[in-house]
Write a protein of this length. Structure first.
Length: 256
């Protein structure tokens, strides 16, 4: 049911938002909040014409996607919409992520022996086993965050650094790209001392995904609330993605 209170221009905006992933009702809630600046569920209901129970459900979904935030410290729950420019940046990020995964999607349609082998790991032991395998590769390429990894697995980075010191004679030549964040720098400098290549990339701030290339495998790690790792074993995928990693490396900055 369309809102009773949306004008002609607002209806056009609903259509635009619907074309980029909003449902009609989500778009009405978002537009109402933009119009209000900040508002309660009752105010949103009055402006949008939607019923309060559905508005609560819609708000939770919009909050999870980063389009709406709850204003803290209010006796009556109040919400505000992110600026439209923020929505655009998130959509652009989604497109960028899709482009990064495009070689994988293409290879998934292959048949026969060339089809990639994919494994999924969501237990602590399974995730750590994947990272142990990566760390024993002779030339791994990481786009990662030491801080995020350490938050999920306390002490793990120092353990890996000690292991590299012990096995320094193996001459593992890792390449690391990490966020431009003060918490990353102590670990980064330790890896630099071990003949690893490390650079910082400001665009990684706030990202929750890690990417690792090693041998003929790509590991995609989600380090959000429920971490998991997907490993894709495919020479074609790795060959297609390595130039992208190298472009990011060229754009990243040396540690001072």
């Amino acid at each position: 049911m369309e809102s009773r209170n949306l004008g002609g221009m607002d209806k056009d905006l609903v259509v635009v938002l619907s074309s980029v992933g909003f449902t009609n009702k989500e778009a009405q809630v978002y537009i109402a909040l933009l119009s209000l600046g900040a508002g309660t569920v009752q105010q949103i209901a009055t402006l949008s014409g939607l019923k309060r129970p559905i508005i609560y459900v819609l708000l939770e979904g919009l909050i999870q996607r980063g389009y709406v935030s709850e204003i803290p410290g209010k006796k009556i729950r109040a919400f505000q919409a992110m600026e439209a420019a923020t929505v655009l940046r998130r959509l652009q990020a989604d497109v960028t992520n899709f482009i990064q995964y495009l070689p994988i999607f293409k290879t998934l349609g292959n048949r026969g022996e060339s089809r990639p082998k994919i494994s999924y790991h969501d237990t602590k032991e399974g995730i750590l086993n994947v990272y142990e395998e990566i760390n024993h590769d002779s030339n791994p390429f990481f786009v990662t965050s030491y801080v995020r990894l350490n938050a999920h697995f306390p002490g793990i980075i120092n353990r890996w650094i000690k292991a590299h010191k012990k096995d320094f004679q193996k001459k593992i030549r890792g390449t690391h790209i990490v966020p431009d964040d003060e918490g990353e720098l102590p670990y980064a400098r330790d890896y630099l001392k071990l003949n690893q290549q490390v650079r910082i990339w400001p665009a990684l701030r706030g990202a929750r995904m890690d990417f690792s290339l090693y041998g003929d495998k790509l590991a995609i790690s989600s380090l959000g609330e429920k971490p998991f790792v997907v490993v894709v074993k495919s020479v074609d995928v790795v060959s297609a993605l390595r130039p992208m990693f190298e472009v990011v490396w060229e754009d990243a900055e040396d540690i001072k």
